[in-house]
Unconditional design. Structure first.
Length: 323
């Protein structure tokens, strides 16, 4: 069994007043049928506003299609709301009831276990030449690596997941041959890719966008922690419709670590703000979704030039040709 935690939503877990952890709850959803990837993605999207973190876990040992969803909430979860969201999403797909209320199991994470919870979910990790570590990490920073610090309180799923690793590895590969001046991190979450862009290309300016206002607060804090505040402008809103996106376009590099279906839906918008000759690094997709995601962007005139593969996951590198 593999546990591929993928963070859909990214929130602060710490009190702004006294830096004491809020009460965290873990919510397990015991579905009564096997979840295929498309349904799991739809359900995770429906649950975004009901939790601080929504994680998808692939239960298959290979590139299978059997998913579990777990939630982390700040404070006691609203079981009725979670049930309504799942039921509504299932009804939209004409699917019978996936679970009953008693199949939603909520357990408090004891405060004494909070730091262990953070350590377990976010150990320091080396990604290419980056050393990504949480604010709880007290060890030495390895020589020869670029340090990238993420607040442990917001780091559930950040950095150690294959989708993030694939994106950073793809960016490092592009670094060898390209000098980018204007970047976009679409769906920035914790801001890890925006910060990676800022550290890889010293003269770059980065626009960071996320639909969740809390993610923008987190991104700004992380940018300051990593000394790149002056390079990153961030704003919350509905993807490419955010005015800041058009204001700063066109971009010579775009990073988007989201999910396969949103990537497909946003392909025309991405192509419209990508500079001719520019590159897009896309992730959040499984190997079997590569063809569909690539095709959606090739339809917009981009071409697939490389794919980073880590486990079941892919990060695609596409280029917009110069006409």
């Amino acid at each position: 069994m593999v546990d591929k935690g993928f963070m859909v939503n990214d929130y602060t877990m710490m009190s702004n007043d006294n830096n004491i952890p809020h009460q965290l709850w873990s919510v397990r959803l015991n579905f009564r049928k096997v979840l295929k990837s498309e349904l799991a993605e739809k359900l995770s999207g429906a649950l975004e506003d009901a939790a601080a973190a929504v994680l998808l876990h692939n239960l298959e040992s290979t590139d299978g299609d059997n998913w579990r969803i777990t939630l982390t909430t700040v404070g006691k979860p609203d079981i009725n709301d979670i049930f309504r969201r799942i039921s509504r999403a299932a009804a939209e797909e004409n699917i019978p009831a996936l679970l009953n209320k008693e199949d939603i199991i909520a357990e408090i994470i004891p405060e004494k276990d909070w730091l262990k919870h953070v350590h377990d979910n976010f150990p320091p990790v080396k990604i290419g030449k980056f050393f990504v570590y949480g604010s709880h990490y007290e060890g030495a920073l390895p020589k020869g690596f670029t340090a990238l610090q993420i607040d442990a309180a917001t780091a559930f799923g950040s950095g150690e997941h294959e989708t993030t690793q694939g994106c950073i590895q793809a960016l490092e590969r592009l670094k060898k041959e390209h000098q980018f001046k204007n970047g976009l991190d679409m769906g920035c979450g914790s801001g890890i890719l925006a910060i990676a862009l800022a550290k890889l290309w010293p003269s770059i300016k980065v626009t960071a966008i996320d639909i969740e206002p809390e993610s923008i607060i987190v991104t700004k804090r992380h940018a300051k922690m990593n000394g790149v505040s002056g390079k990153i402008r961030s704003e919350a809103g509905d993807g490419y419709r955010v005015p800041l996106v058009a204001e700063n376009a066109p971009y010579d590099i775009i990073a988007a670590n989201i999910l396969a279906n949103p990537l497909i839906d946003m392909a025309p918008d991405l192509a419209s703000v990508l500079k001719p000759g520019g590159y897009a690094v896309l992730s959040g997709l499984l190997k079997r979704q590569k063809t569909e995601v690539a095709a959606a962007h090739e339809k917009q005139g981009l071409r697939l030039v490389h794919a980073e593969e880590i486990g079941d996951w892919q990060a695609l590198v596409l280029q917009k040709p110069i006409r």
